[in-house]
Design a protein around this ligand. Structure first.
Ligand code: NAG
Ligand code: NAG
Length: 445
């Protein structure tokens, strides 16, 4: 009897590491945002008709809510939009002490929406937090004092901006843009130093060795920054409703294939070479210094051509860096009626930042010839081509109210008595961030 229980016990003990590993795998936060969607070069399945999708949504949202509304086709019952979306009125009303604001709260998530919907308890007197802009107010296009927070109706507006260096010893936070110019005053322990970068590592200057371990937070386009400051942020009106039938045929009347506006012909990722290869297999019109087509940058008709004449646009970044997706994609590409072909960040990083099925990544194909073959297929199949426009009208590019979020974060940080800093911000920013080739592991021979 004893021996048997001992045997069972031993078996359990032997299995324990296995069980624990399985459990850990189950519990590990999954970077859902980063998982690449199955974007194989084939048309996605037809979406549910709208009413049906609505019924499904109701069920998922609340199982007790029998979707009578859906059956009655009361499809006007749109979700109320949050305050930061156009026409949105929903404002946060309850303080959530566990809000996922900081990188460690939600790895892989940009937390922008959580930061925009964070608010302080209503019944408390909160002190005004002073934020010093080390590079001046003008660089940021803001005015001093509380104007920026009140004008924008920030849910957390108890902050004040200043550019006065005399406040360096008392400010709650100091925001540095691109450089670190030390103020020669004692730094209080509660003071948060934030390093902001707009550009990618190739185009930002190195910091002095003495400035590497002084920053508490970063504010960059990178998703693991404390305050993520992307070039654009896409948000669905309803997270469960990501597609609708295109209102028109986006292929109609288009006679040209691929367009590209480019001025820097020596980008590090060899995008020009890729485009020239591509042009051997499909017509590519290169506008600007590196090509033979001309259209002045300031002329609005240039971008209009993308809506009316071209099927594809090369939204190639000048550098292949982690999360580096700029207005070349968001504005020239997505905000026109053209299908962007992207090169820059990793495929999974585009998937995390872009609307579903809104672009083609060059790394979905072995090379330019395979990509061209797929583009020719899209060119001949309007249904397939239009399947890349189903995201239009399901959401919007939001104003991410950078200073509202800075204010919310400074308050949240002091409420939580959180303390953190980068031991080597340069290593965080640069090491392994960019590649001169594509992101795929080199082919084994
Ligand atoms: C295509 O051209 C025709 C004739 O010029 C025009 O009536 C139609 O509106 C155009 N379609 C689109 C989608 O631009
Ligand atoms: C900010 O970083 C410094 C080190 O650079 C550290 O001493 C300090 O405790 C940090 N403060 C906060 C509020 O995180």
């Amino acid at each position: 009897m004893w021996a048997r229980s001992a045997r069972v016990l031993r078996r359990v003990v032997l299995l324990l590491p296995l069980l624990l590993t399985a459990l850990a795998l189950l519990l590990l936060p999954r970077p859902t945002q980063y998982s690449p969607p199955a974007r194989l070069p084939s048309p996605p399945p037809p979406p549910l008709p709208r009413e049906e999708a609505h019924i499904q949504n109701s069920i998922t949202e609340d199982e007790n809510d029998i979707p009578v509304k859906g059956i009655n086709q009361d499809i006007e019952d749109e979700p109320r939009l949050p305050w930061f979306m156009s026409g949105g009125e929903q404002r946060p009303w309850q303080h959530d002490p566990g809000a996922k604001l900081f990188p460690e709260d939600a790895p892989g998530d940009d937390r922008i929406v959580q930061q925009l919907t964070y608010t302080l308890p209503k019944d408390e007197d909160v002190p005004i937090k002073k934020i010093l802009l080390a590079n001046g107010l003008g660089t940021w296009g803001v005015s001093g004092g509380r104007t920026e927070f009140i004008r924008n109706k920030c849910p957390v507006d108890a902050c004040s901006l200043t550019a006065d260096a005399r406040e360096a010893s008392t400010a709650d936070a100091i925001l540095y843009k691109d450089h670190h110019i030390p103020f020669s005053v004692q730094r209080p322990p509660y003071q948060i130093w934030i390093l902001y970068y707009l550009e990618c590592p190739y185009h930002t200057a190195s910091l002095r060795p003495t400035s590497l371990d002084v920053f508490n937070w970063t504010a960059t386009y990178r998703r693991d920054s404390d305050i993520v400051a992307p070039y654009e942020k896409w948000v669905y009106h309803d997270a469960l409703f990501t597609e609708k039938e295109p209102e028109r045929n986006y292929a109609a009347n288009k006679t040209k294939k691929v367009a590209w506006f480019v001025s820097n012909c020596h980008a590090r990722n060899r995008r020009l070479q890729y485009a020239r290869q591509l042009s051997k297999f499909i017509s590519v019109d290169i506008y600007g210094a590196c090509g033979s087509h001309h259209c002045p940058r300031a002329d609005p008709n240039c971008l209009e051509m993308l809506d009316k004449e071209y099927k594809f646009y090369l939204a190639f970044e000048n550098s292949n860096c982690r999360d580096y997706v700029t207005e070349k994609f968001f504005v020239n590409g997505l905000q026109h009626d053209v299908l962007p072909i992207v090169m820059g960040a990793r495929p999974a990083e585009y998937a995390a930042a872009a609307p579903l099925n809104s672009y083609i990544h060059v790394e979905e194909f072995a090379g330019p010839e395979e990509l061209a073959a797929y583009l020719r297929r899209l060119d001949e199949d309007d249904t397939l081509y239009n399947s890349y426009f189903k995201w239009k009208g399901t959401g919007e590019f939001i104003n991410t109210y950078f200073f509202c979020r800075v204010c919310a974060m400074v308050h949240a940080n002091s409420r939580r008595q959180r303390s953190a800093h980068y031991t080597d911000v340069q290593a965080w920013w640069r090491d392994g961030s960019c590649t001169r080739t594509d992101w795929r592991p080199p082919q084994s021979p």
